[in-house]
Write a protein that binds this ligand. Structure first.
Ligand SMILES: Cc1ncc(COP(=O)(O)O)c(C=O)c1O
Length: 321
């Protein structure tokens, strides 16, 4: 198996069971008992905001750990505000609904949680005002979203990231993920594992659904929040870990495309992607073409912390059971 095929084989699609409990419009219901109308506004116009949250199963502790849920719901509130929407619950309530949902489903594996606040009015007409909103959360067993062990091969997308002037990337709006889908499919169908997307001005923005860090001259560099990125929860965790555990600086500055080709290590990070080492960009090896030493160390620290195994980072997670 080539590197590319191995990476693809390792990523499994999540499957939802029809009897899975979901939180839908203020109540717990079974996945298959919930119905959305064909005219649902958000389905046609992308007028929804969402989150992706993970919970990690720890076999030794027989415990499920929900990761940084409050940070995700806080971001969801900010995304909603951009879209003239309001989440009808406090962050604390949302975290509690999520914990209850995970308990009801009795998950004993890694899980992905997807809350969605969407425009539920069944009517035609593009706008944000005078419309109804609904909210749901579902959760599914979930493994890797992209390969994290062998390293991935990326291409710089021909598609540019949505700019703040037209569709703010810092808000997690469903509509803007059509851009991410264009980039991802171009990369995968072109034989790569993932896309790296440039901002309109040509600077590196992020992956199709991940933030990006490169190691250069002994420091980690990541694009600033003003380079049309989603302000990632994982990005924030990594900034702290790099400083505290690796004793390296983190510079938030714009990155040129060719710095990707000349840096020493490169990684993509996100709730779904976790920490994914990049070993090649546009057919050029990064460093020696293997998973970088510091990236490996970051992965080790991250995977231990998210499974509730690092007392120092206990506050990242909430035990579900
Ligand atoms: C476009 C984009 N950038 C970055 C990220 C990483 O964000 P987080 O670490 O909060 O999951 C995601 C994932 O949700 C994303 O969709």
């Amino acid at each position: 198996m080539g590197v590319e095929t191995k990476a693809k084989a390792a990523v499994k699609k999540p499957v939802v069971h029809p009897n899975t409990w979901v939180f839908f419009e203020g109540e717990y219901a079974r996945y298959n008992d919930v119905r959305l109308g064909l005219m649902t506004h958000a389905l046609h116009y992308g007028t929804a905001v969402f989150e992706g949250i993970r919970a990690y199963w720890n076999d030794k502790k027989s415990q499920l750990f929900l990761l940084e849920a409050a940070a995700h719901y806080d971001r969801m509130k900010r995304s909603a505000n951009v879209m003239r929407m309001t989440l009808p619950y406090s962050t604390e309530e949302l975290v509690n609904f999520t914990l209850e949902l995970l308990r009801r489903n009795e998950f004993r594996s890694d899980v992905y949680v997807r809350p969605l606040l969407y425009t539920s009015s069944e009517e035609i007409g593009v706008r944000l005002h005078n419309l109804d909103r609904s909210f749901f959360i579902y959760a599914v067993p979930f493994g890797k979203y992209v390969e994290v062990d062998a390293g991935i091969r990326c291409m710089v997308s021909t598609w540019r990231r949505v700019p703040d002037q037209s569709l703010p990337a810092r808000a997690k709006i469903t509509g803007s993920y059509a851009q991410a889908a264009l980039a991802k499919s171009e990369a995968v169908e072109g034989g790569f594992d993932e896309a790296i997307v440039l901002a309109i001005d040509g600077h590196v923005s992020e992956g199709s659904a991940e933030n990006l860090f490169m190691l250069k001259d002994g420091a980690f560099v990541t694009p600033p929040v003003t380079d049309d990125i989603l302000e990632g929860v994982t990005r924030q965790l990594l900034i702290k870990v790099i400083k505290d555990e690796l004793n390296l600086d983190v510079l938030e500055r714009s990155i040129d495309r060719t710095e990707l080709y000349t840096c020493d290590e490169l990684l993509l990070c996100g709730t779904g992607a976790q920490i994914s080492p990049v070993i090649e960009v546009d057919r050029r090896p990064i460093g020696d073409g293997k998973v970088g030493e510091f990236t490996q160390e970051l992965q080790n620290i991250y995977f231990s912390a998210v499974r509730g195994d690092t007392p120092k980072y206990k506050d990242w997670t909430i035990p579900v059971y």
